[in-house]
Design a protein around this ligand. Sequence first.
Ligand code: ZN
Length: 149
Amino acid sequence: MNDIELLTDTLKQSGVRITPQRLAIYKLLVESEAHPTASVIYEQIRTQFPSISLMTVYNTLETLVHLGLVNSLGSIGDDNVHYDGNTSSHINLACITCHKIVDINLPENKSQENRVSVASGFQLIGARMMYYGFCPDCQKQTNITNKKE
Ligand code: ZN
């Protein structure tokens, strides 16, 4: 099943109407690696649907998160909620200076998962992990600024 089939299936099963706008927002999130905020999504979606409102974008994102199709990553110090169309287990890294979020794919840490599972009694089906710090670009910027002083 591809992403769009998964979306249409999940929406149908939940009785949520499939609209071109909902499809476009989901597609944008699945194809994006930028973990955009609602306003960034709104600006991009408006080029296809000039009459769409920011409220519709917010409502659609809320629906997609509620259905488990999209993850809400919360704010990373910029007071904006970031969204991720990749719901598989992976690690996010957030830069607290330029507020970008990147993905990193490492082999699954089975020993960590086992420890969590044993300690909690949970049967785990996935994980979301977010590291915070300074991205390589921002570290370079800081080094340049420091050298000038
Ligand atoms: Zn950065």
